[in-house]
Design a protein around this ligand. Structure first.
Ligand SMILES: [Mg+2]
Length: 411
């Protein structure tokens, strides 16, 4: 196709910055001056994906036509021989998202228009309420409902354990928690203590908030399939929107066991990298929501394919929305979410901090718990390299989890 813009790729920059936490950002520049941005953040392994992009991807793309999104995707997936994997797929994702951003700018259209246009006015989100006690969690949930959120994920400290997933006291995240000693924090785990306490959280939540609001819960892959089946049955009376990551992700067949025992809806996928990781889960209808993120599963091109495949089997998309996903990822998922006919819900923990807002700008607004997508051409995001230079990389890790006897467990 003859484009009125010369979209020959002339420069690719990889920037690792830490405006409040680490992000890996890719900027692809074309001959006519149009550029696009992508997110390649792999939490705790940021420099690996940055090196992969600089050393192995950039040289292959200089001189290519930025319009050729599909061919470049296939080139970076099939062409490297070593398919899949989190580092490879985050690199592909960043390139893919940046190219969609460029194509939108060249067409003078928002990316959702290129995907097929809006299927809805705005995107539903769910927020997080995490507390050190049930009352603390429910007070936080009440504040979120008062802000207009209608869906909230509830997590609370497990009584008898010194630390619990997501419960950070006065620290805002794991990144801040280890800023003085960058080694993986360690958390204890006891399935028995958890199973003995979790029902109370949802019983009290339903008695306090009634049946109109949507409630969710993340198990963070701590259970075996039969334990997860029991948990799903236990929580059925409390009508969860979904139970997330009940069992570790590798063995898709585990979800058949859970499904055989409970009608609690199931969600998984935030650490998946490709459609192949969730193929059996989707085609067997063992799950209800697929949670892969654009940044970790090959970008807009890949997530669009997962969404279309999932639609055939009544599975909806509910992309991961943790703080380690940059506003570029949020924007890519917002454009996908406003288009996808089988969009379900977006996890939402805020668009960023004061520091990250100096570095990233975005055309997204949150009103009454819904994300509205602006009509800027491309993804409507930008990245300020000068502002980012004030925040150099800061080594940080995700935590690890151990049973009370010291055995390493799934975090
Ligand atoms: Mg999760």
């Amino acid at each position: 196709m003859k484009s009125k813009h010369d979209l020959t790729i002339t420069d690719i920059r990889v920037i690792v910055s830490s405006p409040g936490r680490n992000f890996v950002t890719l900027k692809i520049v074309t001959k006519c001056g149009l550029y696009g941005v992508g997110d390649a953040t792999v939490n705790g392994r940021e420099q690996a994906v940055a090196a992969y992009l600089k050393e192995h991807v950039t040289p292959c793309l200089i001189g290519r036509n930025a319009h050729e999104i599909e061919d470049i995707w296939q080139y970076l997936y099939k062409g490297v021989y070593w398919r899949k994997g989190p580092i490879n797929m985050a690199a592909i994702a960043a390139v893919d998202v940046a190219l969609w951003d460029i194509k939108g700018k060249a067409a003078d259209l928002p990316v959702y228009e290129l995907l097929g246009g809006k299927s809805r006015k705005a995107i539903a989100t769910y927020a997080h309420a995490t507390g050190s006690t049930i009352d603390d969690t429910l007070d936080k949930a009440e504040a979120l409902f008062a802000q207009g959120f209608t869906a909230v994920r509830l997590q609370t400290a497990v009584p008898g354990l010194k630390a619990s997933y997501g419960v950070l006291g006065d620290k805002k995240d794991y990144f801040e928690q280890q800023s003085s000693r960058p080694l993986p924090p360690e958390e204890p785990w006891s399935t028995r203590k958890y199973m003995n306490s979790i029902e109370d959280l949802f019983r009290q939540a339903r008695s306090r908030f009634g049946t109109e609001v949507q409630l969710l819960h993340d198990v963070h892959s701590r259970l075996t399939p039969i334990e997860a089946a029991r948990l799903g049955k236990m929580l059925e009376p409390y009508d969860l929107l979904f139970l997330e990551d009940a069992v570790a992700a590798e063995n898709q067949d585990s979800y058949r066991i859970i499904r055989d025992h409970t009608t609690t809806p199931l969600a998984i996928g935030e650490i998946y990298n490709t459609i192949w990781d969730c193929k059996e889960l989707i085609q067997n209808q063992w799950i209800d929501y697929i949670r892969t993120a654009t940044t970790h599963a090959g970008g807009i091109t890949a997530l669009r394919r997962i969404a279309d495949f999932a639609a055939l089997f009544h599975v909806r998309i509910a992309p991961h929305g943790a703080p380690d996903l940059s506003p570029i990822c949020y924007a890519a998922q917002a454009h996908l979410g406003i288009w996808a006919p089988n969009f379900g819900i977006q996890e939402f923990v805020g668009f960023g901090s004061d520091k990250s807002n100096e570095v990233f700008s975005y055309d997204l607004t949150l009103t009454e718990g819904m994300i509205h997508v602006g009509d800027s051409p491309g993804l409507g995001v930008d990245f300020n390299e000068e502002a980012a230079a004030q925040y150099p990389y800061n080594r940080s890790y995700l935590p690890v989890s151990r049973l009370e006897d010291g055995t390493l467990w799934s975090w």
